[in-house]
Design a protein around this ligand. Structure first.
Ligand SMILES: [Zn+2]
Ligand SMILES: [Zn+2]
Ligand SMILES: [Zn+2]
Length: 151
């Protein structure tokens, strides 16, 4: 991976490698995710953010589906609501981990992999080459432990 490449360019290259054309609408949607990495937007959230844009609802749904298919977005659901939430995949590293508070239901992301030694053991003992992983840790966040939940 070239160092001078911007993050946006890395994602565009990923799309190109799947023969997906870059359109202004796709870049617009991609930029929303890049600017709000800790968020887990629903399609509705994206549509609301594009209120003043010409990008229509059908395009948003189609684009989110395309981004999932090429591995730019991942569908996640932490909150047990009926909506699909979308999370930006990490291109240069494995998928980030999530900490979910059982009390206030806040979702916090951990961007350090922390699993390198697990991956080495799995490779050595199971002859399995780990390409990615999804890890959710559930517990009580610091604010809730202190009796001061954020909301
Ligand atoms: Zn996430
Ligand atoms: Zn890893
Ligand atoms: Zn909490």
């Amino acid at each position: 991976m070239k160092q001078e490449q911007t993050e946006l360019e890395m994602y565009i290259e990923k799309l190109r490698s799947h023969k997906a054309k870059m359109t202004p609408q796709r870049i617009e949607i991609l930029n929303i995710f890049l600017a709000n990495k800790a968020e887990h937007f629903t399609a509705e959230d994206i549509i609301n953010r594009l209120e003043d844009s010409k990008t229509g609802q059908a395009t948003v749904y189609r684009t989110l589906e395309l981004f999932c298919n090429v591995g730019i977005l991942k569908k996640v659901n932490f909150t047990d609501d009926e909506f699909t939430h979308y999370d930006l995949m990490d291109l240069a590293q494995h998928f980030h981990h999530h900490l979910i508070c059982n009390s206030c239901h806040k979702v916090v992301e951990i961007n350090d992999d922390l699993l390198e030694s697990v991956e080495a053991i799995v490779s050595r003992d199971y002859h399995f080459n780990v390409q990615n992983h999804e890890l959710i840790l559930r517990g009580i966040c610091h604010a809730c432990q202190e009796g001061q939940p954020d909301e």
